[in-house]
Design a protein around this ligand. Structure first.
Ligand SMILES: [Zn+2]
Length: 482
């Protein structure tokens, strides 16, 4: 996620006006010296994955391997007819289990081909299979549902998240909690899964989704688009968009298919600014390791979103963000850090945004020669005393996208680079990516790699940058520009 700065300024003002800090205590448990990084989840039962930021998001007791979403969408009525086929494994014995789903009418649920009982409780879909599931058993749930999806305003962003309708279709912007507005899902990044999409829309509309377009079949005035995204993906990164689009073939970079999806009216303008994608992709792959997916490209919808989002393999932009090369770099960098390696809890969001912000500085150094050290110092000097009210490791559910999570997050990596040196720093990032590609991680996982690779005790550095409010001194002895 990356806001345009003008929007950030406006949203910061709104947040300041509406926030009474005395009513919202910080969420770290312990302020004592030498404390461990916070890691205790709350126990919320089967209706949640144990993330205190969103107690009912995600679910306990099973691990999804694959979602097959067969969707029929009519931009004329906004009605979405869906059949979700969910392949999962029970991680404990289950007499019933929950999925997350907001609104929508559920017509039927089967488990392993047998009708299952189901119940609704707010945004929970509670499924009771005909036969209980044994621990370790694989099972397939099929949910038939329909309705007009209802996107909701996210407290952390002040914008609609979920399935958002437009004049000529819809797009999905789900971070952090919008995925369950349009399909039944274990809606938490700790449970990643592969996806297949079969989306049928009336002609001449185009349906785009994550991954590679593998089939496109027209019959009786409708076209079905089949998109395949087999690599593990967090639910908030799933993208479907329908509208008047053109799909641009951008060739390949090595084995990676480059394809972009543009709102027809914006296609010429967008194609003019996304030409740097192959060079960016090669640059980051050289730094961190091979690009983790089969495809990459951007989706440009004809809506000024105020943000861009790193939807996996197909980053989402509007006309207000696609022209900014730094934001293009930010969302591409997220494919490594955020998408391939995802946060296991939302409090660890700096692992996404700090890394993508640091990646912006890397691209700036590469593209125009401005040393990372100079960019970092400029960002550091611009920090306003008193502006940050919470530690960036645990910014609170409404502070997920605060500027500090981005800028201080990037500065945390810069401080690490200064502490361990350039070569060890690069090796830390490469090792972290290679080890956790396809997984969900906590800050402890990153700190563990940093200490292992560097051979240094880095607790004091990470505590000062991640858990304190006051800024540490600017890191001394910045490395020479490379
Ligand atoms: Zn971001």
């Amino acid at each position: 996620m990356r806001r345009v700065w003008a929007a950030l300024a406006v949203l910061t003002l709104v947040a300041t006006a509406c926030t009474d800090d005395e009513d919202q205590p910080p969420q770290t448990e312990d302020k004592g010296a030498g404390r461990p990084l916070p890691s205790t989840p709350v126990d919320v039962g089967p209706a949640g994955a144990g993330d205190p930021y969103f107690p009912t998001l995600g679910n306990r007791g099973y691990d999804v391997e694959h979602y097959t979403l067969d969707l029929d969408y009519d931009p004329g009525t906004d009605v979405l007819d869906g059949t979700a086929t969910i392949d999962a494994e029970a991680t404990e014995a289950l007499e019933s289990f929950n999925l997350d789903l907001a609104g929508m009418e559920v017509a039927s649920v089967t488990v392993d081909g047998d009708d299952a009982e189901f119940d609704r409780d707010d945004d929970e879909l509670i499924v009771t299979p005909a036969e209980a599931l044994g621990e370790g058993s694989g099972f397939t749930t099929v949910v038939a549902y329909s309705g007009v999806p209802d996107a909701a305003i996210a407290d952390s962003l002040g914008i609609e998240v979920g399935w958002v309708t437009t004049d000529d279709g819809a797009y999905v912007l789900s971070q952090p909690d919008g995925a369950h507005t349009w399909y039944p899902v274990n809606d938490h990044p700790s449970d990643k899964a592969g996806y297949s999409f079969e989306i049928t829309v009336p002609d001449p509309y185009v349906a785009a989704a994550n991954g590679v377009l593998t089939d496109r079949t027209t019959a009786e005035g409708n076209t079905t688009f089949v998109w395949d995204a087999p690599d593990p993906m967090a639910s908030y990164l799933a993208e479907v968009a329908v509208g008047n689009f053109v799909i641009e073939d951008g060739g390949t970079v090595g084995d990676v298919v480059i394809r972009n999806v543009y709102a027809t009216d914006l296609a010429d303008e967008a194609a003019g600014v996304t030409g740097s994608t192959p060079e960016m992709l090669e640059f980051y792959a050289e730094q961190w390791g091979p690009y983790p997916f089969d495809a990459y490209g951007v989706l440009v919808v004809d809506v000024a979103l105020g943000v861009a989002l790193e939807t996996q393999t197909l980053s989402l932009f509007g006309p207000d963000t696609v022209g900014d090369e730094i934001i293009l770099a930010h969302e591409l960098a997220h494919q490594w850090f955020g998408d391939a390696v995802s946060p296991a809890r939302w409090r660890d969001i700096w692992l996404n945004e700090g890394f993508a912000t640091y990646a912006e500085w890397m691209w700036t150094q590469h593209a125009d020669g401005t040393p990372i050290a100079r960019t970092a110092e400029g960002i550091y000097r611009a920090q306003e005393p008193g502006e940050q009210t919470r530690p960036i490791l645990d910014p609170g559910p409404d502070g997920l996208f605060d500027g500090a999570v981005y800028e201080r997050g990037g500065l945390t990596l810069y401080a690490l680079q200064v502490e361990v040196g350039d070569a060890a720093f690069q090796e830390i990032l490469r090792t972290y990516f290679e080890r956790f590609n396809g997984e969900s991680v906590t800050t402890d996982d990153f700190v563990g790699v940093a200490e292992e690779v560097s051979g240094k005790d880095l607790d004091a550095l990470f505590e000062a940058w991640l858990l304190e409010i006051d800024l540490p001194p600017f890191p001394k002895a910045p490395p020479p520009a490379s």
